[in-house]
Design a protein around this ligand. Structure first.
Ligand code: C2E
Ligand code: CA
Ligand code: CA
Length: 903
């Protein structure tokens, strides 16, 4: 049998050099040799810096044993015949050279050394010594190539020699045993080779990698070992198979078959190497491409980031410029309200320098009420319940002045700057606010007195009505006040004085009103007070009304003139159950009218009957309007006598209205309605033309009475009509009457009230030659100076004095005084209401010139008046001291006043 020549396949595992790079964690080892401790330490430091004690000992053992194995192998090989020795050296050299070109397995860090085939072949051909030599040579080359450390370069060949010698010897022994057991040579070879492969697969990586695991003091688990070295088995199996084929062909065909096979194996390995390299190159290229793509992407990303950053910087610059130069105030504020930054406009708005503002809480620059509000809003933002807010608030300047600003606050996100903080924008709206306030004030206040106007009063009353409806204990009252003094003041002194009067009155009312009351001017000379009170407040409201009356009934000094206020007050209370302010105000005014009609200086309280009166007045007014238009009024004529001769010298025309349903309406009633409704002008003109018409008729029928005259009553408003005097002149002309045939009667009070406005009419009438008689003389307050200067032709002593002539000496004295005054001033004196012969006698005794009254005659129809004149002319008139016509409208059998009088 041939000395078993061996071939070897070696798989190059991760060499100790790479594994050994990992830091040794072991503590310092005890000196293996007691002697030379310094040398050992230096050696350890220089050669084995990462070796612990176990690893070091193991290394030493393997190297020593490997060296022994190598020496043994050399000795063994030396025994071979010279030809075999040459073959051994050749194959070992091939194995070493092939070991220089390991096949790198793609995607792993491992490589296959094709030299294993030749090492195994050496084993099969020349036995374990030769194989150990070949394995050591191949391992030396590989270690030299892959590591620069001597430890690795020595451990590699030593372990290879040791492992191969051990396993190869085992192979030879097994093969011999199998042959002795009678197994066929080829079978014995293959079985032994299979067992060798397994043993070598286990021993080879174990011996070489043990040092690395010892250094780490950690052994791989089964799974890790299989993952790391499993593929080695495949490599060894392949190498063993190829070596077996080569061996068998060597046995049959000699060494040439090996020489032929070697290049084929070389070509195969080169092709495989080429394939692997290509694959690796392709993978590298792909990896490079991927890396390039990644690099490109990263570059693109970087460029984008740079552009973004640039854009951000640009936008930041723009924002900064806009922020700094903005016309409106801007500030960056932290969510808890602290100012972080502010612009100049904000500084100006807050009237403070940057240094004072930045770092301070924004609320500290606000009116306390608005500061609370803004705190609340900031709280909502912090709680994520709101994104921002906007409202108008008061900025408090250092001098305490407060300006209005419109403020907007929201999250600020501008790039990286100020993220998470808030931006406050504000601008001054004080001017607009002030304008609005002025407009509001104008809309709700009276321009002259600065009191509330009607609109404001309405609103307040509507609120008071609602409040009372919701809570009946909260009550109110309304006072309606009118100042008649204003009218006469305006007429006599002009508008300026009138305005002053209203201002004074308004101011006084404000002083008198209780806190919380509202004083309003609701019309020309009309005011109202809305006063609030509790459940027992009725007397409180009345007390206010009385207090106002008392305080304002004294005359006011306006431009050195004492002016009577002529105040009348009406009151109404909420318990009437008002639904709207108009009703309450109307009722208070109705009450005031009642107060005025009563003539008493006390407030009148509204009672629902007043509504009826007002309604009635309206109905009467409409009826009177129709009556005037339809010529339904009539004139009655009361004769005026010369008291010396007791003969008729004239008549007083008195208006009569026979209402179709109401019957005869008192002139006292319908004249007032006419005055209040503006119908009086038409009524007066009708009376004057109708009286003139009758007088002309009577004069024509009685030429012996060329002095016969007629008196017509006129109203104060007639004197104010600038066309009135012209009308009178025209009417006289129309009827061909001399002006002296007509006397106009005006009451003393009216005359005094219209002195100013009526003066031009009075003058014109005087120029015209028309007589003017002061009616109800003695009941008013005419000044004696006026009597002498005014164009007055006669005085009519009021009937109240005449009626008390017999019973009151004082009245008799007044009558006498008036008669004497008339004499002194050259005015005719007429006594009214003479009802008795005694009165007549007295008056005659006092020298009173003229008189009228029931003692002589009641007012007569025109026909009866003519009959009276006729009878006087016939001489059938009764004795002078006896009344001629005693007939009464209602009491006498012969009515002197038929229900309708022909026009
Ligand atoms: P007056 O101008 O003072 O008129 C006199 C009133 O006294 C008349 O009442 C007359 O009927 C009444 N009278 C006359 N003699 C006596 C008497 O001896 N005893 C009593 N008790 N009364 C007597 P009458 O007609 O009811 O008129 C009332 C007032 O109405 C008038 O008072 C006058 O102010 C006004 N009036 C009447 N007609 C007119 C008119 O046409 N125009 C204007 N503006 N006022 C008129
Ligand atoms: Ca009269
Ligand atoms: Ca009178």
């Amino acid at each position: 049998m041939n000395t078993a020549p061996t071939s070897m396949t070696t798989v190059q595992v991760r060499r100790p050099a790479t594994i050994g790079m990992q830091a040794a964690t072991g503590g310092s080892a005890t000196t293996p040799a007691a002697a030379l401790p310094g040398l050992r330490a230096r050696l350890r430091e220089a050669v084995f810096p990462d070796y612990n004690r176990a690893a070091f000992i193991y290394w030493c053992v393997v190297v020593v044993l490997g060296s022994g194995a190598l020496a043994l192998s050399v000795a063994g090989v030396a025994q071979l015949p010279a030809a075999s020795l040459g073959q051994v050296l050749l194959i070992a050299s091939i194995a070493a050279v092939v070991g220089l070109f390991p096949l790198q397995i793609p995607k792993t860090k491992n490589s296959i050394a094709a030299g294993d085939v030749f090492i195994f072949l050496t084993l099969l051909l020349y036995g374990p010594f030769a194989a150990a030599l070949a394995a050591a040579a191949e391992a030396a080359v590989a270690a030299w190539r892959t590591s620069t450390r001597w430890t690795s370069r020595l451990l590699g060949p030593a372990s290879a020699a040791l492992t191969m010698l051990a396993c190869g010897s085992g192979f030879a022994l097994v093969q011999d045993a199998l042959l002795r057991a009678g197994l066929a040579a080829d079978i014995a070879l293959l079985v032994a080779l299979m067992l060798f492969t397994v043993a070598y697969f286990i021993a080879s990586p174990l011996v070489i990698t043990a040092v690395a695991y010892l250094k780490r003091r950690r052994w791989p688990g089964v799974r890790e070992a299989i993952e790391s070295f499993g593929w080695l088995g495949l490599g060894y199996a392949g190498s063993a198979a190829v070596a077996a084929v080569l061996f068998l062909s060597h046995q049959r065909f000699g060494v040439f078959s090996v020489a032929v096979a070697a290049p084929m194996i070389g070509m195969f390995l080169a092709t495989l190497n080429h394939f692997f390299s290509q694959q690796e190159a392709a993978e590298r290229e792909a990896a490079e491409r991927a890396a390039r793509v990644r690099a490109d992407a990263a570059e693109h990303e970087a460029a984008q980031a740079a552009a973004h950053l640039q854009a951000l910087e640009q936008s930041d610059r723009r924002f900064h410029s806009a922020f700094t130069h903005a016309a409106i105030g801007m500030a960056l504020v932290s969510p808890d309200g602290q100012v972080l930054q502010c612009n100049q406009a904000m500084s100006m708005l807050l009237a403070r320098g940057d240094a004072e503002i930045v770092g301070a809480p924004f609320r500290s620059f606000l009116n306390p009420f608005d500061a609370t509000r803004i705190e609340h809003e900031l709280h909502l933002i912090r709680a994520h319940a709101s994104d921002g807010f906007q409202f108008e608030l008061r900025v408090r300047r250092p001098d305490g002045r407060e300006d209005w600003a419109s403020l907007h606050c929201g999250y600020f996100s501008h790039g990286a700057v100020g993220d998470g903080c808030l931006i406050v924008q504000a601008f001054d709206v004080t001017a607009r606010r002030q304008a609005e306030a002025r407009l509001q004030h104008m809309a709700y206040h009276d321009g002259l007195t600065n009191l509330a106007n009607r609109s404001r009063l309405h609103e307040a009353m509507a609120l008071a009505i609602d409040t009372h409806r919701d809570d009946p204990t909260r009550q109110f009252g309304v006072l309606y006040l009118s100042f008649d003094g204003y009218r006469s003041l305006n007429d006599s002194q002009g508008l300026g004085a009138g305005d002053m009067f209203l201002v004074r009155v308004g101011r006084r009312l404000k002083e008198l009103a209780l806190p919380g009351d509202l004083v309003a001017r609701v019309g020309g000379e009309e005011f109202a007070i809305l006063t609030h009170c509790d459940q027992q407040g009725t007397h409180q409201v009345l007390a206010l009304a009385e207090e106002v009356l008392r305080a304002l009934s004294a005359p006011l000094a306006i431009e050195d003139t004492e002016v009577a206020t002529g105040l009348t007050v009406g009151v109404t209370f909420c318990d009437v159950g008002y639904l709207n302010p108009e009703e309450a105000l109307r009722d208070a005014d109705l009450a005031r009218q009642k107060a005025k009609a009563s003539g008493k200086a006390e407030p009148a309280i509204f009672d629902p009957n007043l509504h009826e009166c007002a309604k009635d007045k309206l109905l009467l007014e409409a009826a009177l309007r129709r009556a005037i238009a339809a010529n339904q009024l009539a004139l009655a004529f009361q004769p005026i006598y010369d008291l010396h001769t007791c003969r008729v010298v004239g008549f007083e025309a008195l208006a009569r209205w026979e209402h179709p349903e109401r019957g005869s309406v008192s002139p006292a009633t319908f004249i007032r309605v006419a005055e209040e409704s503006g119908l009086i002008g038409a009524l007066t003109q009708w009376a004057i033309s109708r009286a003139c018409m009758r007088l002309r008729d009577w004069r024509e029928r009685h030429p012996a009475l060329p002095e016969l005259f007629v008196n017509v009553n006129i109203s104060g408003l007639d004197l104010c009509d600038p066309r009135f005097a012209d009308f009178v002149g025209e009417t006289l002309r129309q009827h061909g009457l001399p002006p002296a045939a007509l006397t106009l009667e005006i009451t003393e009070n009216t005359l005094m009230q219209q002195l100013e406005r009526g003066s031009s009419t009075l003058a014109k009438l005087h120029d015209l030659g028309v007589g003017l008689s002061v009616d109800d003389f003695g009941t008013g307050y005419s000044s004696l100076s006026y009597l002498s200067t005014l164009p007055i032709s006669s005085l009519k002593i009021d009937r109240s004095f005449v009626s008390r002539l017999e019973v009151r000496a004082a009245d008799a004295e007044i009558v006498r005084a008036v008669i004497q005054l008339g004499d002194a001033l050259g005015k005719r004196v007429v006594a009214e209401g003479i009802e008795t012969a005694t009165q007549l006698e007295r008056l005659q005794g006092y020298g009173c010139e003229l008189g009228q009254g029931y003692h002589f005659s009641r007012p007569l129809t025109p026909q009866l008046a003519l009959q009276l004149l006729d009878s006087e002319a016939d001489g059938t008139a009764p004795a002078p001291t006896k009344p001629t016509h005693r007939a009464n409208d209602n009491t006498e059998g012969t009515p002197t006043w038929p229900t309708s009088i022909p026009a």
